[in-house]
Design a binder for this molecule. Sequence first.
Ligand code: CA2
Length: 155
Amino acid sequence: MPQTVYVLNGPNLNLLGTREPEKYGHATLADVEKLVRTKAESFGWTVEFRQSNHEGDLVEWIQEAAAKKAVGVVLNPAGFTTTSIAILDAILAVKVPVIETHITNIHARESFRHDSYVSKGARAVICGFGVEGYALAIAGIAAIAGASTTAARKT
Ligand code: CA2
């Protein structure tokens, strides 16, 4: 059975590539999905890729990832980053490694974006690499899991 990585996207990320390209770039969320599927496949993993504008969905999906024994969760909590104790509590309640991922460098932006509740429970944090950060997060989960790439397994 292939392992699964969950990639969870918070509010307004459905707009990616259609607004504010100077901040978030031109890639759409569908492009991000393709990017992470390609990266995950290199480790032999399948992907659950989701986006929601509702905090409770993200809480339930983190719980689901743990219940289904996912190899890891890539989470861009977007606007819930600095407000959601509920998402932090969900992360703290599970053993699955959660990699908090932001497209932009939140520390180089407005001060209200700096203090992440999610970071207090995340296994690691990636920000400022654009959408490539999602692929880096998948590679980070592979490093945590000790996975080798499909290519490496063939050699
Ligand atoms: O840099 C990131 O990935 C953020 O998580 C994006 C959030 C922002 O609140 C965080 O501080 C940093 C905003 C997501 C909204 O996404 C949009 C994408 C395109 C156009 C408009 C919004």
